[in-house]
Design a protein around this ligand. Sequence first.
Ligand SMILES: Cc1cc2nc3c(=O)[nH]c(=O)nc-3n(C[C@H](O)[C@H](O)[C@H](O)COP(=O)(O)OP(=O)(O)OC[C@H]3O[C@@H](n4cnc5c(N)ncnc54)[C@H](O)[C@@H]3O)c2cc1C
Length: 438
Amino acid sequence: MRTITESARQIPVVSETEVLVAGGGPAGIGAALGAARAGAKTLLVEQSNAPGGMATTGLMSHWSGSRESPLMNEIVERMAKSPSLPQEIQALTEADLKWSISHECQKAVLFQMLKESGVTVQLYTMVTDALTENKRVSGVITESKSGREAIRAQVTIDATGDGDVAARAGAEYLLGREEDHRCQPVTLMFRIGGVDYSQAVFPGSFESYMNIPKGEIQALGKQHLPHPAGHVLLYRSRLPGEVCVNMTNVTDIDGTDVRQLTKAEFICREQIDAIIQFLREFVPGYRKCYLVAVAGNVGVRETRHFKGVYTITAEDIVEATVFPDWIATRNYFNFDIHSLVGPGLDKHGAQKEFKARGMYTIPYRACLPEKIDGLLLSGRNISGTHKAHSNYRVMGICTSIGHGVGIAAALAVKHQIQPRAVDPAEIQKQLLACGVQV
Ligand SMILES: Cc1cc2nc3c(=O)[nH]c(=O)nc-3n(C[C@H](O)[C@H](O)[C@H](O)COP(=O)(O)OP(=O)(O)OC[C@H]3O[C@@H](n4cnc5c(N)ncnc54)[C@H](O)[C@@H]3O)c2cc1C
């Protein structure tokens, strides 16, 4: 590839903060609230126009994975009290009702929580590089309407999902699964309206087989939807007649490559029309459905897995390991590995067949890049195998990880030490005081 040399230039240092959180998705929200509530001067930098990441801008249907976390419960309970929700909630089960996301109300609640906790938020800003001195991150470079700027920070938390800061800082990582670096497929979420809830069906997993008048629903999807789409995943929402659709599917996309992301966006947009036609023709209750909203970005399930001081394995999850340096507890989910070649579940995935001894914890060491200082990982980019990641990548668990990592960053600032020198017992003391249980 041809290259050019950019000329050196001076850029303004626009902020100096104690804790900088790059990315405002579930992991970044948890981290920013954790750090600010623990007393650190905290700045959250987010590329889009709202906090929440996949939970809001990504139009995700529901929060999974860490349903006993006090912070998660605060996030969803406050959303449920939003004055902007419809006054009559349609037929939702007790569990759906609590964890189902009303995207705009959820954004509003996250804005409120960040403001109340004293987090400074900077939106519309892409973190493009890490400031590094001798393998130590001391802040980031950003690009925005205001141009290229620098922000200095005592501790930087990478909650970008893809680990953009850690990658630019030179932290070691593996892309996708170990043997061939292929990543899970990507999906552009969307919401439809005009669904008749009195008739509608809601298959919620790949193994939700249902006989509907024209045949079995998953088989019909595979037969009639454009490959590699083909599974039928539909989720109730709080909005009358609206349903969240998780059915577009594009395989072999590297979510850290902008041209591949663009290609995926085009393919998903074409699939949406076909999916709506399919739902109208085959699925009870959807005869009059129409498109309401499409996510602000393609949902990327998997990209970089960084090399941490510890790497979480599938066995740790199955064995329900309680690590001595736990920072996120009571996590439970399945091995949600989507097929890498078409619709449905990969042969290594386990949804209904998933078995574990109980709930597991996340160790602090998995959030510490092995060789880079000044930096913590939060969310789906922490250190874990492809299979383990398919479990802890869900939003509830990412939020809980963020909570612990944010507190750790605040402690590093308080004691003026590197994150790797923070005593996990001190993080745990603060988490327990917040109501976290082991
Ligand atoms: C299609 C799909 C369906 C899923 N279904 C579910 C489900 O039902 N329930 C569930 O709990 N989980 C689900 N997940 C998993 C979950 O959504 C993600 O794994 C989770 O959101 C990861 O959280 P995160 O905070 O690490 O990353 P993200 O949610 O991706 O948040 C990253 C944030 O960082 C911002 N950002 C990224 N790069 C930069 C940068 N360089 N500079 C500034 N900002 C940046 C992004 O805009 C975003 O706000 C699903 C994922 C996908 C893709």
